[in-house]
Design a protein around this ligand. Sequence first.
Ligand SMILES: Nc1ncnc2c1ncn2[C@@H]1O[C@H](COP(=O)(O)OP(=O)(O)O)[C@@H](O)[C@H]1O
Ligand SMILES: C=C(OP(=O)(O)O)C(=O)O
Ligand SMILES: [K+]
Ligand SMILES: [Mg+2]
Length: 584
Amino acid sequence: MAVVGDLALKFGGMIKKEGAFDLKKGVFGLPISSHGVCFNARKFRSVESRIEVQAVMQVGVESAEVSNKGSKNLEGFLGLDVVSEGELREKGFLGLRKTKLVCTIGPACCSLDDLETLAMGGMNVARLNMCHNTRDWHRDVIRNIKKLNEEKGYCVSLMIDTEGSQIHVVDHGAPSSVKAEEGSIWFFTTEKFEGSRPFTVQANYEGFAEGINVGDEIVFDGGMATFEVVEKVGNDLRCKCTDPGLLLPRAKLSFWRDGKLVDKNYELPTLSTKDWFDIEFGISEGVDFIAMSFVNDGDAVTHLKNYISTKSSKSIKVLAKIESLESLHNLEEIIEASDGIMIARGDLGVEIPLEQIPTVQEKITYLCRQLNKPVVVASQLLESMVEFPTPTRAEVADVSEAVRQYADALMLSGESAIGPYGQKALSVLRMTSSRMELWSREEKRHNALFQHNAAASLTDQIAEQICNCAAGMANNLGLDAIFVYTRHGQMASLISRNRPNPPIFAFTNDSSTRMALNLQWGVTPLLVDLSDDMEANISKSIDLIKTKGLIKKGDTVLVVSDIVPSSSSTTQTLFQSIQVKTVV
Ligand SMILES: Nc1ncnc2c1ncn2[C@@H]1O[C@H](COP(=O)(O)OP(=O)(O)O)[C@@H](O)[C@H]1O
Ligand SMILES: C=C(OP(=O)(O)O)C(=O)O
Ligand SMILES: [K+]
Ligand SMILES: [Mg+2]
């Protein structure tokens, strides 16, 4: 390799640049041959703890010496899941779906066979909503999914979703719903009773009527039915139905005054006692994600993350669910504090007018990408499929819009948990997202990211700039795939953030990193052994993929790594590189 560019950046309070290469602008200004590009950044800590960064740009015509040698020993050890492998064989690199799919598991899809069919159908993450069913039931599902992963080579991550505290109607079991007629008078109470009483609604929260005045409105499930408070009777309320509709079991109650939400859910703790038990359960079962319902601020997320880090040896990611009015006021701090976001449109639609959901969704999706946190769009994507075998045109348009916005993942709720057409719903998500991804690529609809620096430290900023460059290079050079070597997933995630055209194969030796990356746009995570010898890692993994017949002569791969080799006590070396390899 011939060295053609040199750069030295010195950081001692002020940034000084030397040489022909500007780190911020990236590597595009340089004459890059189509064969080999290598970018190294080294960091030294001097005695006065000044940090000096030296970056060397190398451009050459080296090709990867890829051969089948040693392949016999390596056969079978490619840590690629069976579904991605099949998809890759069938559709090639560019055919790999980028948008990840989450399925809520419920009675309609909980047998080992059902779970395997969902896994085959592209489920990346299985979600268990702890509002429903018993812990034993959830444990069986978790163990079955782990069994499929271990014994059959799937890679399905596990997410539990807390119940959270929310004011809702107590579920008496049957009947499943009651109709409220216009003008009828109903009694809202927290008195506990068995079975159901005519014209009586039992609320779950003792303080539900505190601060509520005569004339205020109570809305069921964001608009299913509306009542006006006509009288306060001790802790209870007498109300008149002003907008008739169905009262469903566990219907959510929201309170309105002069067209504005009276945010009573805010009085309740984000995590209830039951939620803490469910979290203990999730930790002991080794789930990969905990989705936290009704998050109102960043502190609640930080608190849970700190708790998990004292309790769990493996890393468990915390997703904050944006589903309250309050969370929208504290959006940025919540995203910063969390490992990812779920746009929980179900409950969000109870707290804000429905017509605001699309713009709020677009805003959250974009902000998550800027701050480099994965985002899941959830609820009612294919709601009609809970009953019918085909989606409405409007639902397909909604799914496509979330994909066009570059959400990391889409989620099924009742469609998979209780609907008879869960498999079909999953295939609608799969096909609709693949179609929209292809269109966005072909039409070059790049929704460019306003380059907000997600990183704080210099080391992280270097990683971020390298990943931005890598994604740009992969697109501009029309490469087939991006290989990234990462222990904690940071580099893979930063590349994904740029939403590049080629698929990102993330090689990691940490199984929780692999399971977490399952939620990230365009990333196919692989579990491999990684050594400090980066060149050996690279040639070993290319060998492996070639052995499997998944990569062929002439394919070009962009290779990015951030593996930090063990360092001596006085000098720390950070080796980060971008290389383009052509398979020979
Ligand atoms: N583990 C489960 N056991 C039984 N039913 C479930 C389970 N998970 C989900 N469901 C059913 O699927 C529906 C949709 O799921 P979801 O949207 O997650 O819950 P919710 O409607 O409570 O917000 C639920 O209302 C419930 O009827
Ligand atoms: C995903 C959501 O949360 P849950 O299904 O737990 O109510 C939602 O409200 O959209
Ligand atoms: K929940
Ligand atoms: Mg919710």
